[in-house]
Design a protein around this ligand. Sequence first.
Ligand code: AMP
Length: 543
Amino acid sequence: MHQYPLIIDGQYNIGSICTSQQCAAGRGSKVAMRWINSNLEKTDYTFDELNNESNKFANVLKNLGFQKGDIFFTFLPKSSEQIFSFLGTLKIQAIAGTLFSNFGEESLLDRLGDSKAKGVITKKSLYKKILSISEKLPELKTIIITDINEHISGNVLSYSLLMKEASGNFDVALTSADTPSVLHYTSGSTGKPKGVLHLHKSVLLQNYTSKHILQLNENEIYWCTADQGWVTGTSYGIIGPWSLGVTQIHFGGAYDADIWMNLIENEKITIWYTAPTALRMLMREDSSIFLKHDLSRLKHIFSVGEPLNPEVINWSRELLKKDIYDTWFQTETGSIMIANRPGLPVKSGSMGKPADILEAAIISDEGKILNNKQVGNLCVKAGWDSMFRTYLNNEDIYNKKFKNGYYYTGDLAYRDEDGYYWFVGRNDDVINTAGHLISPFEIESALLEIPEIAESGVIGAPDDILFEKVVAYIRLKDQFSWSDDLEMNVRLRLANKLSSIATPQEIKIIKEIPKNKSGKIMRRVLKAWYMGTDPGDISTLDV
Ligand code: AMP
């Protein structure tokens, strides 16, 4: 089959590379997406249809007055509308942000407010959350709702009505490599979440790594389980695979081992990209579930988001007769940076080696490049094609992430004598629960808004399934005491404000939150208390 060059006539537009360019290359009638909803009903969309639907959405936004550089978010669970609107937004060179559908009001306000988003597409049940904060979002002019048949008002509009009136033809303007494209918010251990802004040229590396690491070519049938609210869902659930003309399975249902194995068997999935938490859950299922399915077409399993335990790889080798290839990247890198892949022997527990066109290094806090086996900051040589362009409204913090030509990822790792990288941990307090980064600061702030709570400190603690669970230490105001009702109230408030993933698995009531003399919560001490280990130097503790 003819291999067309990815960038034709200087057109970097991700929306057109994933759709019209695929049609021009002769794939118009090929299935781009088999959408399978939670009732297991299937709808196929060819590349022609993907092009047409995203063109229509581009026209919808254009007719509503959206322009290049405006920010438009999807706030939807996995759905075909999310995909069409994401690609349509990119086609008009507006910036496509995605919001995890589980987000509560505060999480939404932080992201929609900071980015000054002009529009959002959502569904009726989620619209309520936006409505409750809309007064604080003066720039948010347009809300499009996927499951209403009539417009509610001049700016709360029906998707189906708008799409019915829109043309399926849209000429995508020539888009330069450096045009802003995708926006994802990520949590740090201090401050509010930060908007990680990518450029259209990110498609080059998403395409390259999809091909050379995930082994995608146009004959594969590929399933990425990630939600489009996060970077894996956009980089490897939309952009990389469709830039290669690959047929993707998109499944809107929740985790269910039997259904998942059915999907792999019946849809003849050949390449599967998933996450350690899901794999650990599968490992606990009865082996008969796997043995009763014919999984022989599945060639490769890849994993991302959290450390992949050697036990999971061993389980897969024994039961599924396959390695699992761990891959490492983050929102800021936009593409896989370090990975195991076919052709490279898997060292269980290691993240693998950097992609062959990238350079990684382990660097000390003082900026010294460290030798093999020395633990330090995991860094990537700046300048890779999918490097984020900035943290929106936070250029200073962005600049501080780069030193001497290297980007500091915030992870600690070491490299062994064979060039494999091994994850050690984060060098901040960010919690990674089931592959989602959670800021302890955001949970602590949300807890402090509860009238009964005087102080709180939040940490991540090891968990067999989730990698880390959220543990909240709380000091109540003197006049209050802990009760089941209060606990329920705390959980509900956090779920509604932040998201259910930010709701603590454990809450511990204590008399004093350890803080240093300048009042900073010493989460390190809380963690040591939790783990029953030595808290180390506590000379700065304010006691
Ligand atoms: P996010 O930006 O939300 O995608 O999260 C990125 C972070 O998840 C990384 O900085 C790591 O801390 C963690 N992470 C991602 N992939 C891996 C992996 N394969 N092994 C260990 N940690 C990982």
